[in-house]
Design a binder for this molecule. Structure first.
Ligand SMILES: Cc1cc2nc3c(=O)[nH]c(=O)nc-3n(C[C@H](O)[C@H](O)[C@H](O)COP(=O)(O)OP(=O)(O)OC[C@H]3O[C@@H](n4cnc5c(N)ncnc54)[C@H](O)[C@@H]3O)c2cc1C
Length: 295
């Protein structure tokens, strides 16, 4: 279908984009267009104005911000501009080494064409519960930098995803960057279950694990995808893993709680009970991989 008519603007700065958003009655921001364009073509949304962020260079790139920024804990951190496409993230040695879980998840997004156009910021702002990156941002305890008419604010990932396709970004605001704390020495595992290749996950699990003395799990962070209207942390599993030696039996027992507190959907890809089962299996595999024992 052809989208309804809209005005189109291509600002070259964040300030100019924010001015355009403030003046418009009903504007939509365009990043990589991989989700927005299908929505417009299906006429699920009919904005008066589309504000294309593609010419705002400051929104693109991967920066080591050291202990700066507002990242919780004040340790080292990497900031990724919202308009950075997946393929640049995948090609980055820094991301592969320091944010391995993000690297694993981005490698699983769609196909090379989607990864060429689609952006990390677009994915997180879209907040599709089946998107690969939201649960990873939660597990890595990322922070979202949001710019608006009264300046910038920083929102933890835990407060960013508010409901189905709904985030903390207001109509007159932009997601400008995502800050990821770096956790040296943590292992990472990502498990995504799909019915056919290059699909959104039926369920996915991202795990980061720290081993004390190389043998016992001292801390774990687990993110769940498509187990509710927003990405979720599997807190019960995280607590159960503390102090566990990562054998398949012990990790499997801890991961039996992976679906606790979730509300997965039922659809053509699987019903809610099937997803609950998948969450336990994928969590076990992701944690074992993160602990250096892939199965
Ligand atoms: C065939 C196909 C397969 C796919 N497979 C997967 C998959 O396996 N896993 C997966 O996770 N995703 C998948 N996707 C979705 C893909 O990841 C999209 O790129 C992503 O969801 C949106 O990113 P985008 O940059 O294209 O954003 P756009 O489509 O341009 O924007 C998406 C939404 O976010 C808003 N937005 C964008 N940027 C900002 C910003 N900086 N500030 C505020 N609002 C903003 C837009 O207004 C729009 O509402 C697939 C898409 C297609 C078409």
């Amino acid at each position: 279908m052809i989208p309804t008519a809209f005005d189109y603007a291509r600002p070259t700065s964040v300030d100019e984009a924010l001015r355009l958003l403030a003046q418009a009655d009903d504007a939509k921001v365009l990043a990589g267009g991989q989700s927005l364009l299908p929505v417009l073509r299906m006429r699920l949304n009919a904005p008066d104005l589309v504000v294309d962020l593609g010419r705002i260079d400051s929104l693109r790139g991967i920066r080591d911000i050291g202990g700066g920024g507002a990242v919780a804990g004040g340790g080292g951190a990497i900031e990724i501009g919202a308009m950075t496409p997946y393929h640049e993230i995948l090609a980055s040695d820094e991301i592969r080494q320091e944010l391995t879980l993000l690297h694993h998840a981005v490698a699983e997004v769609g196909d090379p064409q989607i990864r060429h156009r689609g952006t990390l910021g677009g994915s997180l702002a879209h907040a599709d519960p089946a998107g690969d990156c939201g649960a990873v941002a939660l597990a890595l305890e990322a922070e979202m930098v949001i710019a608006g008419p009264s300046g910038e604010r920083v929102v933890p990932a835990a407060d960013f995803f508010q409901d189905l396709f709904t985030t903390a970004v207001g109509d007159d605001e932009l997601l400008v960057a995502i800050r990821f704390p770096v956790h040296p020495g943590w292992g990472a595992g990502y498990q995504k279950f799909v019915r056919t290749a290059q699909q959104w996950p039926v369920v996915a699990v991202g795990a980061c694990v720290h081993l004390a003395d190389g043998k016992t799990i001292s801390e774990a962070r687990i993110g769940l995808t498509n187990m509710g209207p927003t990405p979720l942390r599997a807190r019960a599993v995280e607590e159960a893993l503390a102090g566990v030696t990562p054998t398949p039996e012990a990790v499997g027992a801890a991961c039996a709680a992976a679906a606790d507190g979730t509300s997965p959907p039922s659809d053509l890809n699987g019903d809610a009970d099937y997803r609950r089962h998948l969450a336990t299996v994928l969590a076990r595999r992701a944690v074992l991989a993160a602990a250096g024992h892939p199965q």
